[in-house]
Design a protein around this ligand. Structure first.
Ligand code: ASP
Length: 441
């Protein structure tokens, strides 16, 4: 059977197992459209409130989970050489997947020219100003990339914890975990402490998941009720480019990647992680989905060693769906404002999108904000692109839901590939969900 058919069937099976969450999404779309046409502000507010409860609860466990998972993951790998090997492979795989994403985004946006249709919304003055700024910046090349790297290093880790700034938190925790791995047996009390924290946060996640269906329903309905369906007409080409890009990642890039780098069957993987995919779509947050992503992978035989190392780092650093969107969005803006897209500028956009996406936290809306970094590299500020940005914001939430699903899926693709390469996957469990159900019965 064709791989695409296998993937669709597997997804269908995954949805069947999690039909309640899927029904939440579908019902949410219908209720959202209804609410958009018949204004019931109190109902919309209530839905937003219910959705927020779900997101807050799940976000509550994210920092303890990320910290404990990374510390257990890195100290359990222990041996320095093995850690370096896993780490290098992880960076390489995430890098390949994100590079393919920005390439797909750039090619599609250049071919389909989504920004041209928006050009008549932009005043001539605004377009002239933007074109001049880009030209000056290109001439001077005053990118601010070095400063951005400096911000990754926390001067006070507790401040980063208090503000929930994930990249510096991860940098600190990875350094701490490597140090713990190096000091040997004296690390036992601390590691044992984090093992308990991890187990307890996973338990809390199980409880929160009882709210998954109503939570995802409320989030989808409130998102759809805000933008309605009319907006799709004015911005349909942009949305189409993104949708094709995301589908290419899901149905071409990941299956081929897994074929090339491992013997993991993509269809089986998608069926295993269907629940996490749906929650990613509903919450638009990779971080909030993380507990579930880890649970889905571990339940199906991807070792704790790999999933607790690769997935938390992926949920923060690997954002290929976001990188794809950022590339398309910036090319969209350039086309709308009539900026000449030279090969140099396109390459610069793609590289900046790789960096900007990996600095972005796994929370709703972060990706559109870090676009500022790419624009900055091009000599622009979001304020100069007000009209164009207004367009992007109208459908921000729905594109966020889609890109988050892609982000989370690619984290699991990389985790599965590394687990396969390192003999850290139990194929009896992976290929046979019933085996897991038997064990837990
Ligand atoms: N919401 C995305 C995520 O959590 C990040 C983004 O805004 O692109 O993966």
């Amino acid at each position: 059977m064709k791989l695409h058919m296998q993937i669709l069937i597997a997804l269908g099976l995954g949805i069947k197992r999690n039909w309640h969450i899927f029904s939440g999404i579908i019902l949410g779309i219908f209720v959202g459209v209804f609410l958009h046409h018949h204004s019931f502000p109190a109902v919309s507010e209530l839905l937003t409130f219910i959705g927020q409860i779900f997101i807050r609860l799940i976000q509550m466990v994210v920092i303890p989970l990320v910290v404990s998972a990374i510390i257990i993951g890195i100290t359990s790998i222990g041996d320095n050489r093995q850690l370096g090997k896993f780490g290098k492979k992880m960076v390489l795989y995430y890098g390949i997947i994100t590079t393919l994403a920005v390439t797909a985004g750039a090619v599609l946006a250049l071919l389909m020219k989504p920004g041209q249709g928006a050009a008549h919304y932009i005043t001539e003055n605004a377009a002239d100003e933007v074109q001049a700024s880009v030209a000056t910046a290109m001439a001077q090349q005053q990118g601010n990339v070095l400063n951005m790297f400096l911000d990754f290093l926390p001067s006070n880790p507790f401040h980063s914890f208090a503000t929930g700034n994930m990249v510096p938190i991860i940098v600190f925790v990875v350094i701490l975990a490597i140090a713990l791995a190096k000091v040997g047996d004296v690390n036992r009390p601390i590691v044992a402490f984090f093992e308990s924290v991890f187990a307890a946060t996973m338990k809390i996640t199980d409880w929160i998941m009882f709210l998954a269906a109503p939570g995802v329903f409320a989030l989808t309905a409130s998102a759809v009720s805000h933008f309605g369906t009319d907006i799709f007409h004015s911005i349909s080409k942009y949305l189409l480019v993104l949708t094709i890009g995301f589908l290419i990642q899901l149905f071409a890039v990941y299956p081929l990647f897994l074929k090339f780098f491992s013997k993991v069957n993509c269809a089986t993987l998608y069926s295993a992680i269907a629940e996490a995919m749906m929650v990613a779509f509903g919450t638009a947050s990779s971080s909030a989905t993380l507990p579930l992503t880890i649970a889905c992978c571990e339940k199906r035989g991807i070792s704790h060693k790999i999933s607790s190392f690769v997935l938390p780092l992926g949920a923060t650093l690997n954002m290929d769906g976001t990188a794809l969107l950022q590339t398309v969005a910036v090319i969209f803006l350039a086309q709308a404002y009539g900026v000449a897209l030279t090969p140099f500028l396109i390459i610069q956009i793609c590289l900046l999108a790789i960096i900007a996406s990996s600095t972005c936290a796994g929370i709703p809306g972060a990706g559109l904000i870090t676009i500022a970094l790419i624009l900055n590299g091009m000599g622009l500020s979001p304020e100069q692109l007000v009209a164009g940005f207004a367009f992007l914001f109208t459908i921000e939430r729905i594109t966020d839901m889609m890109r988050t699903l892609v982000n989370v899926t690619s984290d699991t693709v990389v985790a599965a590939a590394i687990a396969d390469n390192e003999n850290e996957i139990n194929y009896d469990l992976f290929n046979n969900p019933a085996a897991y159900e038997e064990i837990t019965a």
